[in-house]
Ligand binder design. Sequence first.
Ligand SMILES: [Zn+2]
Length: 157
Amino acid sequence: MLRMEQAQFDAIRQHGEETYPNECCGVLLGHADKGVHAVVEAVRAGNIRTDSARNRYQIAPQELIHIQRKARQQGLDIVGFYHSHPDHPAQWSKTDLREAHWFGCSYVITSVVRDGAGETARCRAAETNSFLLAGTGEEDKRLESQPIEVAATVGAC
Ligand SMILES: [Zn+2]
């Protein structure tokens, strides 16, 4: 199960709306314990796939190292990643599976759709799903549906 507060859930979805029609991406920091991934922070990352940013995403390796280092200093682990699917369902693609390498991590996908047309068109985040990268290696890896539990943000200051 992937557990996060409303504020992080909203932040992920808002990121997808901001980068539409391109894909957004980011890293989920928190704690993994007994099959529960508790997200403490959703960190935005830049999408370096400028060649096809509408249907691909990639976080720069240096940026990922930087995020990982920062997480360690805060006593957090990387528990997952997120990205958006502009104009596509919140389901993983073959490319998503091929490029997923963090076993035991959550891969969150938010669908972002356009409402209306022309100048009044607005984009909005639709469905958000999470998938756990299961398996032991490249041969048997798979993305399995994982429930998301969103809790109300408490003690916001
Ligand atoms: Zn994808």
